[in-house]
Ligand binder design. Structure first.
Ligand code: AMP
Length: 219
């Protein structure tokens, strides 16, 4: 699942993974988990995450390589937030090729920058269950609290402050966007508009893409 930060990758990737019965692998979630548990990896990536910069390719690729060799990935998986640079896309490709596998589809969620900034400054999540809300577009039933874990106060990601968002967008355009051409060349890129539509409508469009490609496992 490709797209700028805040394009809705996390929300859509989770839904696709659920529909496909495949694990959802978010490198951002993996790093945040390590940060919270203050592991050795957490210490290594803290500064990158806090400043909105990309974690070095070799480190990210190692984390992903470890994760995709776990048993639950044998039947495919949904990557969210990876790859984010050309070297990462190439490393993934090489690794998959070595196993006789390939990326089935790269879905690009298209959202303009000004909407990204508006969305991300209003993004909140539940630290318990990970549910994502938006104070403007998808508010929780009780302001400030999770719908599921009703006593848990929602929090804002530390990298969702406007200055950090602008830096993340700059990096996205400079470093991440070139991978769209990489997947386009391979014939697996599919762009889906991620703006002006509800998350359900975006998901319906993604499902259409997956069925059209014969990738969907569950109709
Ligand atoms: P995300 O939740 O996907 O927005 O990721 C949060 C942060 O984790 C990013 O701003 C980066 O600092 C780091 N990160 C996540 N995935 C990657 C990746 N594939 N390459 C480099 N850094 C990453």
């Amino acid at each position: 699942m490709l797209g700028a930060p805040g394009a809705g990758k996390g929300t859509q990737a989770k839904r696709v993974a659920q529909a496909q019965g495949q694990p959802h692998i978010s490198t951002g979630d993996i790093f945040r988990d390590h940060l919270q548990r203050d592991t050795a990896l957490g210490k290594q990536v803290r500064l990158y995450l806090e400043s909105g910069r990309l974690v070095p390719d070799t480190l990210v690729c190692e984390v992903v390589a470890d994760r995709i060799t776990e048993g639950d990935c044998a039947d495919g998986y949904v990557l969210d937030g990876f790859p984010r640079s050309l070297p990462q896309a190439e490393a993934l490709d090489q690794r998959l090729e070595g196993q006789g596998e390939q990326v089935a589809v790269a879905i690009n969620l298209e959202v303009p920058d000004d909407e990204i900034i508006e969305r991300l400054t209003a993004r909140r999540h539940c630290p318990e269950c990970g549910a994502i809300y938006n104070t403007k577009f998808r508010p929780p039933r009780r302001p400030g609290f999770c719908d599921k874990d009703q006593d848990v106060a929602l929090v804002q990601r530390s990298d969702d402050k406007e200055q950090t968002i602008r830096e993340r967008l700059r990096i996205y355009h400079e470093t991440t966007k070139p991978i769209l051409a990489f997947y386009e060349k391979k014939g697996v890129l599919r762009s889906v508009p991620g703006t002006g539509l509800s998350p359900d409508e975006v998901f319906a469009n993604i499902e259409d893409v997956l069925s059209g490609l014969g990738v969907a496992k569950v109709s």
